[in-house]
Design a protein around this ligand. Structure first.
Ligand SMILES: Nc1ncnc2c1ncn2[C@@H]1O[C@H](COP(=O)(O)OP(=O)(O)OP(=O)(O)O)[C@@H](O)[C@H]1O
Length: 236
């Protein structure tokens, strides 16, 4: 593997214990790349991210699709969980009762940048969907890793906010792989697209060589919709 490669898969079966989702997958992730991972629901984006996460655990900050937040706990504690494993159990327990001052200051700054100022004490259960998403991003940023792996981390925010959040992610990571459904965002913000369809990586290309039509081909439902009028005409 070259020094600029973070990971290389060569003809590997990627999937779950009970099911191979992406058979004989080959791809390379290089340092410095910003990759948009596209494909219709069920194409295998989360499965591939889980594999990257397993292989690159020490380098990877992880922002899961389900957010993985603890609703009863405050924003501060949820973000703090990003670094739980770096402290002793006793320190973590004590922090629950009396937040560590340095961690509080750092998380307060981070949350301010993410538009969550003033919400550190609020239980996550009392946040909006977009706010919860930003807490999940804050927890991933708090992990301080070189690589960001995100499973639809900007799915529930508006397009402007999505760009701002991605810029914050970029500022703190030299490499990222982000699953998303916004094709325009994939082309405007990322420098490479991995596109999954029918159990294969059918697209692995620089975004400046791609158009929205190229991305549309990753979605069989879009094929069906665009061919519907022709079918109707044929039957009419
Ligand atoms: N834990 C699991 N065990 C076995 N199969 C799974 C598991 N998780 C997902 N799958 C299957 O793997 C395939 C790919 O699912 P995956 O969640 O990776 O898709 P996705 O592209 O992330 O979808 P979405 O956009 O809906 O999140 C699906 O057929 C799914 O049913």
């Amino acid at each position: 593997m070259s020094v600029t490669e973070l990971l290389s898969l060569a003809d590997e079966d990627v999937g779950h214990a009970s099911q191979v989702v992406l058979p004989r997958l080959s791809l390379t992730l290089r340092v410095g790349e910003r990759i948009a991972l596209l494909g219709q629901s069920g194409a295998g984006k989360s499965t591939l991210l889980a594999t990257l996460r397993r292989r690159l655990a020490a380098d990877a900050a992880w922002c899961p699709q389900s957010h993985g937040l603890v609703p009863q706990l405050a924003v501060y504690h949820n973000v703090y969980m990003g670094r739980l494993e770096r402290h002793s159990a006793l320190a973590n327990l004590w922090n629950l009762i009396r937040p560590d001052r340095r961690a509080w200051t750092e998380i307060e700054t981070l949350c301010g940048e993410l538009g969550l100022a003033g919400l550190l004490r609020r239980p996550v259960a009392r946040l909006s969907g977009g706010q919860r998403q930003r807490v999940a991003i804050a927890r991933a940023l708090y992990q301080r890793r070189r690589l960001f792996l995100g499973d639809e981390p900007v799915a529930s925010v508006d397009p402007h906010q999505a760009l701002r959040l991605l810029a914050l992610i970029d500022a703190r990571h030299d490499t990222s792989v982000v699953a998303l459904h916004q094709r325009e965002l994939a082309l405007s913000h990322f420098d490479r697209v991995w596109g999954l369809r029918d159990g294969r990586l059918v697209l692995d290309a620089a975004t400046d060589t791609l158009t929205l039509d190229d991305l549309d081909r990753l979605y069989p439902d879009a094929d069906a919709a665009s061919s519907a009028p022709a079918d109707e005409a044929a039957h009419g």
